[in-house]
Design a protein around this ligand. Structure first.
Ligand code: TXA
Ligand code: MG
Length: 327
C-alpha cells in the first residue's frame, strides 16, 4: 500500500483546499478518484477526450465501454440526454441518489465521443456527495466508472482505491466508507416498459411504484457488453460458491446473519455481512468482503444464502457475477 500511495495524494473531502485542488486537476485533464454514495469513482472531465481516455488506460479496461456521466442537477442532465416524462419523474424522485438513467444522447451535449463508446444513448446520474460540488465548480459533467482495475471489485473506501490505482490517479478524495456500497441501479425507458440494465440500491419495487411501468430485467445489454453487465465480474482470486448452507473444508465464509452455517468453525476466516440480516448493511459491506478475500492464498469462498427481495436483487446479481466461470 505504501508503494502504491506514494504517487498520488489522498485528501479528505473536508480538508482545506481539497475541492480547489480537485477542480484544478480535473480542469487540467487529469484523474481524481471521488467518493459517491454507491462506490468510489475514477473521474475525468467528460468534455476532454484525452482525459476520458486516461480513465480506460488507468483501469486497464480492455475496451472502450461506455461510461456514466455525473451531473449536479436535472437541468444539466437534460443538456446531455433527451429526457421524457418518465425520466423526469425518476430524476425528480431519486436524485441525488443511486439511480442512473440511460437516454438518447443530445447532439449538442458537448461530451467526448469516447464517453458513449459510439452509442446513440448515454448514461447519466446525479450522485449524493462531493461530486455535485465538483461538477458545479468546473461547470462540466464528470465521466466516472468505478475506481477499480477492470474486472475487480468496486472500491467502497479510499484505501482500496489507493491500493489498486494509487499510482495512476493524481488525487484521491477520501470521504470514508460509501453509504450504499453497490453501484447505482441503471434503467432505460423503452416503449412503456422500464428496462433494468443493472440492479442497485433503487429497487425494482421503488421503480414500479414511481413510474407505474413494468420493470423488465435485461440480462446483459444486447448492444453493449460492458463491465458490470459481463457475466464474470467482481471476481476475487479464488472460486466463489453461492447458497452455501454448510462450509466445506478449506473454504472461507461470507456469512449473512446467525446462526452461522454448519462447519463455519472450520472456515479459514469469516466475513459477516450482517449479523441481524439487514440487507442494507450487507450491501454496504459486500465489496469489502470480496476484497478482503481477494487473495492468491484464498482458493475457495463460500457465501451463505441471501434473500433476493429489495436490495437483495442487486446483492445476488453481484454475487452471481463474482461466482461466474472466468473468461
Ligand atoms: O454507482 C455507480 O454507477 C458508479 C459510481 C462511480 O457512479 N459507477 C459505475 O460505473 O458503476 P461503471 O463504469 O463501473 O459502470 C457503468 C455501467 C456499465 O455497466 C455500462 O454497461 C453502463 O454503465 N452504461 C453506460 N452507458 C450506457 C449506455 N449508453 N447504455 C447502457 N448501459 C450503459
Ligand atoms: Mg465498474
Amino acid at each position: 500500500m505504501e508503494a502504491a500511495t506514494q504517487h498520488s495524494q489522498m485528501m479528505t473531502v473536508e480538508a482545506d483546499g481539497a475541492i480547489d485542488i480537485a477542480c484544478r486537476i480535473l480542469k487540467e485533464g487529469r484523474l481524481v478518484a471521488v467518493p459517491t454514495e454507491t462506490v468510489y469513482g475514477l473521474a475525468a472531465d467528460a468534455t476532454n477526450s484525452a482525459a476520458v481516455a486516461a480513465i480506460f488506460e488507468a483501469k486497464k479496461r480492455p475496451r472502450f465501454n461506455p461510461l456514466i456521466l455525473h451531473v449536479d442537477t436535472i437541468e444539466r442532465a437534460k443538456t446531455l440526454a433527451a429526457f421524457g416524462e418518465i425520466e423526469n419523474r425518476l430524476a425528480r424522485t431519486f436524485w441525488p441518489g443511486p439511480l442512473t438513467l440511460v437516454a438518447s444522447v443530445r447532439e449538442d451535449a458537448g461530451i467526448a465521443p469516447i464517453v458513449t463508446g459510439g452509442l446513440s444513448t448515454v448514461a447519466v446520474r446525479c450522485p449524493r456527495g462531493v461530486v455535485r460540488e465538483l461538477v458545479r465548480r468546473i461547470d462540466r459533467p464528470l465521466a466516472a466508472p468505478s475506481a477499480n482495475l477492470s474486472g475487480r471489485v468496486s472500491p467502497t473506501r479510499a484505501e482500496q482505491v489507493a491500493q489498486s490505482l494509487g499510482d495512476r490517479v493524481a488525487l484521491i478524495l477520501d470521504d470514508g466508507a460509501c453509504e450504499t456500497g453497490l453501484e447505482s441501479t441503471i434503467v432505460r425507458v423503452e416503449a412503456e416498459r422500464l428496462m433494468l440494465l443493472r440492479p442497485g440500491a433503487v429497487s425494482r419495487a421503488d421503480l414500479e411504484t414511481v413510474t407505474g411501468l413494468p420493470v423488465v430485467r435485461v440480462a446483459g445489454n444486447t448492444s453493449i457488453q460492458a463491465p458490470g453487465q459481463m457475466t464474470s465480474h467482481y471476481a476475487p482470486c479464488g472460486t466463489v460458491r453461492l447458497e452455501a448452507r454448510a462450509v466445506e473444508p478449506g473454504e472461507h465464509l461470507i456469512a449473512f446473519g446467525e446462526p452461522l452455517p454448519e462447519g463455519a468453525d472450520h472456515a479459514g476466516a469469516i466475513f459477516q455481512l450482517s449479523r441481524t440480516r439487514d440487507l442494507r448493511e450487507a450491501a454496504a459491506k459486500l465489496f469489502e468482503a470480496l476484497a478482503a478475500f481477494d487473495d492468491p492464498h484464498i482458493a475457495r469462498i463460500a457465501v451463505a444464502p441471501i434473500p433476493s427481495d429489495g436490495l437483495g436483487e442487486a446483492i445476488n446479481d453481484r454475487l452471481r457475477r463474482a461466482a461466474a466461470p472466468r473468461v
